[in-house]
Write a protein that binds this ligand. Structure first.
Ligand SMILES: Cc1cc2nc3c(=O)[nH]c(=O)nc-3n(C[C@H](O)[C@H](O)[C@H](O)COP(=O)(O)OP(=O)(O)OC[C@H]3O[C@@H](n4cnc5c(N)ncnc54)[C@H](O)[C@@H]3O)c2cc1C
Length: 372
């Protein structure tokens, strides 16, 4: 794969995704929506992608992956997001848990988890945030106590998207109490069906249920389900967050609204709208280039912490500005809460919070800049 290939590179992969999404759409098997990567959940669609080698693309073949590059994966994720496709069931496992297990997991964990993600049988939720630990992630209180053959995990996570549907959870827990809160953290993979796991729904602003509170009461986790080194969780999770933040979903959550704007502009001669569109489309080209650079860094074996934070910060601002352009110009053909504009508007307060609040990303970028 040529790193300087044009943004529309990987034409064969893009065509495959376009054909698959078009056939599902025309069969009425999904309706495109805004913020689909978080809110549109269909394990059957994820399995169809898996059968076509379009999940776990960057995992080695021995673990059920396709041995492809992050640049190729980016072409596929862009097309899925453009199509507003139902990708939430595999998104977290494919985007960050698989890569984290590949970087740090033991052979036993890799053999157990990676093929299950690649076949879309494993659906992951992300147990990072807690009632007292959001932006300050290192403040997590969920504890893991060593016992014969493994660990007992107890604690309380919140805002856990799709926990009620997940087969597995990634959990960041405290295995040692030290004076420095960034030390003594460890990453685990849990079975969501294990004894002692319970979930309580949280309905969001849009009236949708993807959030949950999750409680763990002495949940047994076998020793091989530790990701990487005991006590090294902070360094590892910082890397993982670059996979979480550095993808096209941080730019394209409101893409269906942009399509709506373009359709409206084509129908009339609204100069303000055309001028706004020009600047939005130019920004989108720059953001796609940033996604391309982040994917290239991952292909070079790096975890691009600062670049991914910058991409998310700028991408979230773009997502908001697309929605605002539609509101300002009144260019909506379908202004109902169920339409792509209503969906994006109701989801938008979360854009700059999930995966790291905007202000926190700015501090991180400044800190990393000072370090380099
Ligand atoms: C749609 C959505 C999906 C989510 N899904 C998940 C999930 O699946 N799993 C999971 O673990 N979590 C999830 N989260 C939680 C998310 O990661 C947290 O909301 C986020 O980390 C912020 O934490 P908080 O909500 O506790 O806000 P707080 O930490 O209380 O921050 C609130 C505000 O305070 C300000 N602030 C806080 N700290 C600082 C600082 N150091 N410097 C400057 N300003 C600051 C910022 O303005 C920030 O927006 C999700 C959140 C959303 C919105």
């Amino acid at each position: 794969m040529n790193r300087s290939a044009p943004l529309e590179g990987c034409a064969e992969l893009r065509t495959r995704v376009r054909e698959l999404t078009a056939s599902w759409r025309s069969a009425g098997r999904y309706v495109p929506r805004s913020d689909s990567w978080l809110r549109s959940f269909d394990p059957e669609f994820s399995k169809a992608l898996a059968a076509d080698g379009l999940i776990a693309m960057t995992f080695p073949r021995e673990f059920g992956g396709a041995g492809r590059s992050n640049l190729e994966r980016l072409a596929v994720t862009e097309e899925l997001l453009r199509a507003g496709a139902p990708v939430a069931a595999h998104w977290i496992g494919d985007r960050q848990i698989g890569p984290a297990v590949l970087r740090h997991g033991s052979r036993a964990l890799q053999e157990e988890i990676l093929p299950a993600i690649a076949s879309a049988e494993a659906v992951f939720c992300l147990g990072m945030s807690e009632p007292e630990a959001g932006s300050d992630l290192a403040a997590v209180r969920t504890s893991a106590t060593a016992v014969d053959g493994g660990w007992l995990i107890s604690g309380h996570k919140i805002w856990t998207s799709h926990a009620h549907r997940a087969t597995h959870a990634y959990v960041l827990a405290r295995t040692a109490r030290t004076e420095r809160k960034h030390e003594g953290l460890t990453e685990f993979v849990l079975d969501m069906h294990a004894d002692g796991v319970s979930t309580t729904p949280i309905v969001d602003l849009a009236g949708e249920h993807h959030f949950n509170e999750v409680r763990f009461e002495e949940v047994f986790v076998p020793a091989h389900r530790v990701i990487g080194e005991v006590g090294n969780g902070w360094r590892q999770v910082v890397e993982q967050l670059s996979f979480e933040r550095g993808g096209a979903e941080r730019v394209l959550s409101s893409y269906p609204v942009l399509v709506e704007l373009i359709a409206h502009a084509a129908e009339g001669d609204d100069r303000e709208l055309r001028s706004l569109l020009g600047s939005l489309v130019a920004r989108l080209a720059v953001l796609r280039r940033l996604c391309w650079d982040v994917a290239g860094s991952m292909d070079a074996g790096r975890a691009p912490v600062r670049e991914a934070a910058a991409l998310k910060y700028l991408g979230n601002a773009f997502e908001h500005d697309v929605i605002e352009a539609l509101r300002r110009t009144g260019s909506c053909r379908e202004p109902s809460p169920d339409g792509v504009y209503g969906q994006a508007l109701l989801a938008s307060p979360g854009f700059g919070l999930r995966g790291g609040a905007a202000e926190v990303l700015l501090s991180l970028i400044a800190r990393e800049e000072n370090r380099s």
